[in-house]
Design a binder for this molecule. Structure first.
Ligand SMILES: [Fe+2]
Ligand SMILES: [Fe+2]
Length: 137
């Protein structure tokens, strides 16, 4: 997967839209699963994984790269710290996908944990990371 090649300002708008739409998508997966429609829930979880993979690549390959170029490593440290949540986020996504293979007993819990963790992470990005990038454009 490669970073999306769109201007940074537009990219940030897209990333914000994804922050807004992901919780609903995760809820859709849980609701679909709870109604017993396992084969319907799986593609929704797969979509969460696709969306987040692309999203994280863009934040790291485009936004972080831009900050490092503009500010250097030391001044980028607070933003690097926020982005260090990403491995945990992807681990929760993978766990959610894997738990669907082993009977879905953990899936709802995994998805809810993911949703809660994302809420905190996304809030930080929108309060600190994105405004910083925009201020340097
Ligand atoms: Fe992020
Ligand atoms: Fe994000």
């Amino acid at each position: 997967m490669k970073p999306r090649e769109i201007p940074i300002k537009e990219l940030i708008e897209k990333l914000k839209e994804e922050h807004s739409s992901l919780p609903g998508l995760i809820d859709d997966a849980i609701i679909t699963y709870k109604t017993g429609n396992l084969s319907g829930a799986f593609p929704v979880i797969a979509e969460v994984r696709e969306t987040l993979s692309q999203h994280i690549i863009d934040e790291e390959a485009t936004l972080l790269k831009f900050l490092l170029e503009k500010l250097g490593k030391e001044a980028s440290e607070p933003y690097i710290k926020i982005l260090q949540d990403h491995p945990k986020i992807m681990k929760l996504v993978e766990q959610s996908v894997e738990s669907t293979y082993t009977g879905w007993t953990e899936t709802e819990n995994d998805l809810n944990t993911l949703k809660e963790f994302l809420a905190e992470h996304n809030k930080q990005e929108e309060a600190e990371l994105y405004p910083k990038v925009i201020s340097l454009l």
